[in-house]
Design a protein around this ligand. Structure first.
Ligand code: NAG
Ligand code: NAG
Ligand code: NAG
Length: 373
């Protein structure tokens, strides 16, 4: 290579590096100095977003600047998720950052979040995984503004936290199936065609829905006696079909009731649990208790859960929503067999479905933040 061509090669190389400057190396951002860089970080991130990179494809990398907050200082964590408090001694699971293959993510910035969403209402609607997700967001925000005034309000089906100095409200609305369960003469009926709680939901600015955990419940844990679908009352039906019906009703509700100019809607992808070691090449293992590190790499040996197909189908074909409305956390969470409480939870028993806070869910919120900005 001659000297001239070497120089032009270097110029091209530099240009390429600048061009792909979605690369914001978040590990080089020093804690406490984040505010200084936030403008340029967000500018770079917006360029990356325009390129349409898939932020859900990637791997977990060890990052000493994690976790993003000290969970013992967060007043919002229920005992189910408070792993450190309940004796989890290995802390490496707190130290992983999600690294998309194609570009870096902006670090979660609580002050920017609160400032940007001044006057806005954000609601999580769903089962206990929504609660889990919501508590992680509250901890992230609280850690950024620990001294600001926070008000809480609890209603019949919802609970809200109001960051008064920033005018931001974060609400959790409890609904296991999104569609209704109603008491009728025959008993409790799960109505796959009906959503009656939506009037409150559609007043929000940002909605994050989730429902999956309860669709296969049976026996004493099943909170309904009959299923109603297309005018018929059934004792039971194929549960995946029931999920598809219910989710379709939800998607049609979004299409007809939610004003897309006011409200951004997300569906949180299927959350994996870790009770079947065969999925991560440890046949015979029946829980997550010995898992201390993520699955390395970007593909999970167990593959995508079947229900993900239903979610994709409903989002991309049945409704006006699209895959851009999917918070596609399934694969990245599957890799985190180490992220669950295991026996370190305040309820007792083995818990490999929900997630420790702090932990994996902080990344779900980072991805939500990145998608919104
Ligand atoms: C969700 O992300 C995974 C991992 O990148 C990918 O395999 C899958 O196709 C994505 N799903 C959708 C609907 O984009
Ligand atoms: C709470 O949810 C139940 C069950 O879906 C419903 O019957 C009730 O009207 C809801 N209450 C409020 C205040 O929305
Ligand atoms: C959890 O898994 C460990 C190791 O595989 C096993 O020894 C233990 O009995 C399991 N505990 C429960 C409650 O399933």
């Amino acid at each position: 290579m001659g000297r001239g061509s070497l120089v032009s090669y270097l110029i091209v190389l530099v240009a390429v590096l600048i061009e792909s400057s979605c690369v914001v190396n978040s590990s080089t951002i020093i804690k406490g100095k984040i505010g200084i860089n936030i403008g340029s970080i967000i500018k770079k991130w917006k360029i990356a977003k325009k390129n349409g990179y898939n932020i859900y494809e990637g791997s977990w990398v060890y990052d000493d600047s994690y976790p993003l907050y000290d969970s013992s200082a967060c007043p919002f964590i229920r005992k189910e998720f408070n792993c450190l408090k309940y004796g989890r001694l290995d802390h490496e699971y707190l130290k992983y950052r999600w690294q998309p293959k194609q570009c870096d993510l902006p670090r979660f910035d609580g002050i920017d979040f609160l400032t940007r969403f001044n006057g806005k209402k954000i609601m999580f609607v769903g089962d206990s995984l929504s609660l889990n997700h919501y508590e992680s967001l509250l901890c992230l925000l609280h850690a950024a503004v620990p001294k600001s005034l926070i008000l809480q309000q609890t209603n019949e089906n919802s609970t809200s936290v109001f960051f008064k100095d920033y005018g931001v409200t974060i609400t959790l609305f409890h609904s296991n199936y999104l569609v209704d369960i109603e008491m009728e003469q025959v008993g409790r009926v799960l109505k796959l065609d009906s959503i009656k709680n939506g009037d409150l939901w559609k007043q929000m600015d940002i909605l994050v829905f989730n429902s999956w955990l309860w669709w296969y419940r049976s026996g004493a844990k099943q909170p309904w006696d009959y299923i109603q679908v297309s005018g018929k009352i059934l004792k039971d039906m194929n549960r995946m079909d029931a999920f598809r019906y219910g989710l379709t009703t939800w998607a049609k509700w979004v299409d007809s009731e939610v004003n897309p100019l006011k409200t951004k809607v997300f569906f949180q992808g299927i959350t994996p649990s870790h009770y079947n070691g065969a999925e991560w090449n440890k046949p015979g293992v029946t829980n997550c208790s010995l898992e201390k590190t993520p699955w390395s790499g970007s593909t999970y040996p167990g593959g995508m859960p079947l229900a993900s197909k239903v979610v994709n189908e409903v989002l991309s074909r049945i409704s006006k929503l699209g895959i851009e409305n999917l918070l596609n956390i399934t694969t990245l969470s599957q890799l985190r067999k180490d992220g669950h409480p295991g026996s370190h939870n305040g309820l007792g028993g083995m818990e490999c479905t929900h997630w420790c806070v702090a932990g994996v869910l902080d990344t779900w919120n980072q991805l939500l933040y990145a998608t919104l900005i």
